[in-house]
Design a protein around this ligand. Structure first.
Ligand code: ATP
Length: 292
C-alpha cells in the first residue's frame, strides 16, 4: 500500500495563553498542501515493524513517529504479523510543516486499512493525538480551524484556488526555543482568526491573505533575519501575502496568478535565501478517501 503524507501550512496562528501544564492554547487555520512524503507499507509474516528512510539522519526506530503510530495500533489489536515500511521524505524536516505528524497520520490510516481494523476516521483521530497534537489534523486534512493544543478540529470549506510558494532556509529553529521565548500574556495584536474563517466561508482569497498572521514570528523574525528576507522576497515577486508556517523556519507565499507564482519560484531558487523551494497548491479534498 502506498500513501501520500501531505504537509500543512498555517494560514493563521494565534497563541491564547500558556496552560498550567506547560502547553500553549492555540487557534490556528490549517491548510494541507500537495507536497508529500511517500509511505510504502508491506505486510510481512515476520513480526515487528521495520522502517527504512531515504534520509540517513532520521531515526528509523521507535523515535520515528511512523513506528510509534503503527506500533500503537498493532499492539492494541494484537496483530501478530509484521510490517515493512519505506519512507521517502520530501517535506522539509523540522520545518513547521508537520512532516513527522503527517507521516504518523499515514501510518495510522495504512495500518487500519491493511489489517482491516475497521476504525472510523474519528476513532483513528482519537488515538492519533497520543502521538502528537497535529496528528489528528493530518488524518482529517483540508482546511480546518485547530484549537486547544491543536487537536480540537472544525473542518472549514476549501480555500479558493491559488498557488503556494514554499521556501525553507538552511537554518534550524527549535520549537521549544520559539514557544519558550513567546511571552503569550504580552501579545496585544492577535491575528484575526474569526475574520479569516468568515473570508474562507465567503470564498474570498484576498480576505484570507489580508489576515495572514503568525504570532510566533515575533520570536523568530528578529532572531533569524532570513525569515523576513524570504517573506519580503515573495511579496516583491507578486505574492498576495507571505508568512512563516508553524514555528518555522519555513515561509510560504500565496499567489492568485500562476505565472507570477512560477516566476517567483524561479527567483527564490536563484536568490539562495532558501535551501529548499517548492511550488504547490492547496489539497482541497480533505481526508484519505482518494487513496488506495
Ligand atoms: P511541526 O510542524 O509539527 O512542528 P516539524 O516540521 O517542526 O513539525 P518534523 O519534520 O515533524 O518537525 O520533525 C521534527 C523532529 O522529529 C525531527 O528532528 C526528527 O528527528 C523527528 N522525527 C520523528 N519522526 C519523523 C518523521 N517521520 N519525519 C520527520 N521527522 C521525524
Amino acid at each position: 500500500m502506498k500513501l501520500r503524507a501531505m504537509a500543512k501550512i498555517n494560514l493563521g496562528l494565534d497563541v491564547l495563553r500558556k496552560r498550567d501544564d506547560g502547553y500553549h492554547e492555540v487557534r490556528m487555520i490549517m491548510q494541507t498542501v500537495q507536497l508529500y512524503d511517500l509511505l510504502e507499507m508491506t505486510v510481512s509474516e515476520e513480526p515487528g515493524i521495520r522502517l527504512s528512510a531515504n534520509l540517513s539522519f532520521l531515526p528509523t526506530n521507535e523515535n520515528n513517529l511512523v513506528c510509534r503510530a503503527a506500533a500503537m495500533l498493532m499492539d492494541e489489536f494484537h496483530i501478530r504479523k509484521g510490517l515493512d515500511i519505506r519512507l521517502k521524505k520530501t517535506i522539509p524536516v523540522a520545518a513547521g510543516m508537520a512532516g513527522g505528524s503527517s507521516d504518523a497520520a499515514a501510518a495510522f490510516v495504512g495500518v487500519n486499512r491493511m489489517f482491516r481494523l475497521g476504525l472510523s476516521t474519528e476513532e483513528l483521530m482519537r488515538r492519533a493525538v497520543k502521538v502528537g497534537a497535529d496528528v489528528p489534523y493530518c488524518i482529517l486534512r483540508g482546511t480546518a480551524l485547530a484549537e486547544g493544543i491543536g487537536e480540537k478540529l472544525t473542518p472549514l470549506p476549501s480555500l479558493p484556488p491559488c498557488h503556494i510558494l514554499i521556501g525553507k532556509p538552511g537554518i534550524s529553529v527549535s520549537t521549544k526555543f520559539v514557544y519558550g521565548n513567546l511571552r503569550a500574556g504580552e501579545i496585544e495584536d492577535h491575528p484575526d482568526i474569526d475574520g479569516m474563517i468568515r473570508a474562507i466561508r465567503e470564498g474570498s482569497l484576498s480576505g484570507v491573505t489580508a489576515r495572514m498572521a503568525n504570532v510566533l514570528e515575533r520570536v523568530t523574525v528578529p532572531e533569524y533575519p532570513v525569515i523576513g528576507q524570504i517573506k519580503r522576497h515573495m511579496v516583491e515577486h507578486g505574492a498576495c501575502n507571505s508568512l512563516m508556517s508553524g514555528s518555522g523556519p519555513t515561509v510560504f507565499g500565496i499567489f492568485d496568478d500562476e505565472e507570477k507564482a512560477r516566476s517567483a519560484y524561479r527567483a527564490l531558487r536563484t536568490s539562495r535565501l532558501a535551501r529548499q523551494v517548492f511550488l504547490t497548491k492547496p489539497f482541497v479534498n480533505g481526508g484519505y478517501t482518494d487513496e488506495r
